[in-house]
Design a protein around this ligand. Structure first.
Ligand code: PLP
Length: 393
């Protein structure tokens, strides 16, 4: 076989994604698209804000010579300055343009950071349930993933983290607000984690960097605000993108911001500029760097997602499902009535409802429902959820 054994194994491990996708297509072909309630995809439904589209139109209508050329690998200095100023204003951290590496989305920023940090065999702690791609990103750079379970309400479990962090731990990935749970960690809990990491760094004799993956940092509800990760721990890299907050996932634009307090700030700037280049990204897309520079404080209307969350949570609670109400992002992660999440998924499919098994996120006994859908789809699915739950009751 031409492909590597490792990739073959990974593809098998991730095959539930393909199965869900194929099942969705089969059902839609069989009964018609409008009869299928597909909650599997985290693909933003909201279009980029009109004020952003206006900026985009202007750049296309009035091109400047040289605007399609290569640029410094970390991105346009003017864009990096705008991003640094925005973060300085909103987090109070004295970031400079040099701390910002413009990347191909949060996925790109994660790979650029891990490549710069890891030697083969170094460990990276992730908190279950977790975004499934982390496993592959860490492996891309020779790292070993170590899983720490979260608490029942998906909050940080400091005892579990203490046990998971060891002498070879180079980084810990945080994702708040979280995919798949919607949980957002409080400033206080993050400070407790920072204290723990401080102790562990002393023991290990090297920095343990928080990679704070925050593509949902602006998608938070009930008047809450995502706390600044820079206040929790000095050795931190904030990772985000404009896939969700401006609704540009197909354009691959995001950034990594190295904390002004990171003890290796200066060498990390150089290392991540280098890895952005050698991973083959070379630089983040030029047009989108120019335009998001002017859109740092923009966001899609978050109230739309909040209303969908409320509608879905109430409906599913009435059907008898147990859910920790999300603080942000656009996912629900209810407990399944039995232990076997795949059996529950199959029962839902009989009602033409598509969901993703929690086992794919490292937490069986749950399902993930993405509410990047219309109100009509949520309302239409609820009788099916009720019928399935009656079977279990
Ligand atoms: N991290 C998390 C937790 C995500 O949910 C996603 C996308 O769904 C990504 C990273 C990747 O985002 P991007 O499209 O910016 O690469």
């Amino acid at each position: 076989m031409a492909i590597s054994k490792k990739i073959e194994t990974f593809m098998t491990k991730a095959s539930w994604i393909r199965k869900m996708f194929e099942e969705g297509i089969r059902l839609k072909n069989e009964v018609g698209e409008e009869k299928v309630f597909d909650f599997t995809l985290g693909n933003p439904i909201l279009e980029p804000p009109e004020e952003y589209q206006e900026i985009l139109r202007k750049y296309i209508a009035e091109p400047t010579p040289g605007s399609h050329r290569y640029m410094p690998n970390a991105g346009y200095p003017a864009t990096r300055l705008k991003v640094a100023d925005y973060l300085k204003k909103t987090t109070g951290t004295p970031l400079e343009a040099g701390d910002i590496i413009m990347t191909c989305g949060a996925g790109g920023a994660m790979n650029v950071s891990l490549k710069a940090l890891l030697d083969p065999g170094d460990e990276v702690v992730v908190i279950a349930p977790f975004f499934p791609e982390y496993r592959f990103y860490i492996d891309n750079h020779g790292g070993c993933m170590v899983i720490a379970e979260s608490a029942d309400d998906f909050d940080l479990d400091l005892a579990a983290l203490k046990a998971a962090i060891g002498g070879r731990t180079k980084a810990i990935i945080l994702n708040s607000p979280n995919n798949p749970t919607g949980k957002m960690y409080t400033a206080e809990r993050l400070r407790e984690l920072g204290d723990l990491l401080g102790e562990k760094e002393q023991e290990a004799g090297h920095p343990i960097t928080i990679l704070s993956d925050e593509p949902y940092r602006k998608i938070v509800f009930d008047g809450k605000k995502t706390p600044s990760i820079f206040d929790a721990h000095a050795n931190t890299i904030l990772i985000t993108s404009h896939s969700k907050d401006i609704g540009l996932p197909g354009e691959r634009i995001g950034f990594a911001a190295i904390s002004a307090q990171h003890q290796d700030r200066s060498i990390l700037r150089e290392a991540m500029t280098f890895t952005n280049r050698t991973l083959g990204y070379v630089n983040a897309p030029a047009l989108f760097q120019r335009t998001v520079a002017l859109a740092q404080d923009m966001s899609v209307p978050v109230a739309v997602y909040q209303n969908l969350r409320d509608l879905f949570c109430v409906g599913l609670n009435e059907a008898g499902l147990r859910i920790s109400k999300p603080d942000g992002a656009f996912y629900l992660f209810p407990k399944t009535p039995g232990e076997d999440d795949m059996a529950f998924i199959r029962d839902l499919q009989k009602e033409y409802i598509l969901a993703v098994p929690g086992s794919g996120f490292g937490r069986p006994g749950h399902i993930r429902l993405s509410y990047c859908v219309t109100e009509k789809e949520i309302r239409g699915s609820l009788p099916g959820f009720r019928r399935v739950m009656q079977k279990y009751n």
